[in-house]
Design a protein around this ligand. Structure first.
Ligand code: DAT
Ligand code: MG
Length: 168
């Protein structure tokens, strides 16, 4: 089997519950390699693109608010790209079912997730479901030079007059 990549997000509930260490320890059971990692403040645009496939669902707006941290008084998500053989399935097995109440209790979502009284699935982590999803998601959350492996084709572009923040 060829090497695969997968995007993992530690969602705001995972962060405010201080679960980062536990989650990374659990994910390390998959024996994969981390090729990208960063803390992100997700914009609404990024959140909506990430969950584009669910835009017609009744829970879409709540889902966007949740991933943007609005339910947890934060605006942080930690993003990782893991690489290795069969990475997507291996990680999904450790992460567990989408519905945290249905997830096996030994999985991350089963152990730490909950459904709020308003019906939001607070399931602690995101993990890509297919190679196509993984490619779309990794390209959304990471720039090519933020990964230590060249996993998708890149191109060089020349830019003029770019505004960017630098240290004052
Ligand atoms: P997954 O996150 O397991 O890949 P998904 O892509 O189908 O699942 O959905 C993305 C997120 O949307 C999921 O993590 C939680 C939320 N969600 C999915 N189905 C839901 C439902 N029936 N009610 C509330 N939230 C739901
Ligand atoms: Mg999904």
């Amino acid at each position: 089997m060829a090497k695969e990549q997968t995007l993992i997000l530690i969602k705001p509930d995972g962060l405010v519950k201080s679960l980062t260490g536990n989650i990374l320890t659990r994910l390390s059971e998959a024996k994969l390699v981390i090729v990208g990692a960063k803390v992100v403040r997700p914009s609404r645009e990024l959140a909506e693109k990430h969950y584009e496939h669910l835009k017609d669902k009744p829970f879409f707006n709540d889902l966007i608010d949740y991933i943007m941290g609005k339910h947890h008084n934060t605006h942080r998500v930690v993003a990782f790209v893991y690489q290795g053989e069969n990475a997507i399935q291996k990680i999904r097995d450790i992460v567990g079912d989408t519905n945290p109440e249905k997830a096996n209790p030994v999985t991350i979502r089963g152990a730490y997730g909950r459904i709020t009284t308003t019906g939001v699935f607070e399931n602690v982590v995101h993990a890509s479901q297919t190679p196509e999803d993984a490619e779309k998601e990794i390209k959304l959350w990471f720039k090519p030079d933020e990964l230590v492996e060249d996993i998708y084709p890149t191109k060089e572009i020349e830019v003029e007059k770019v505004k960017m923040l630098v240290w004052a």
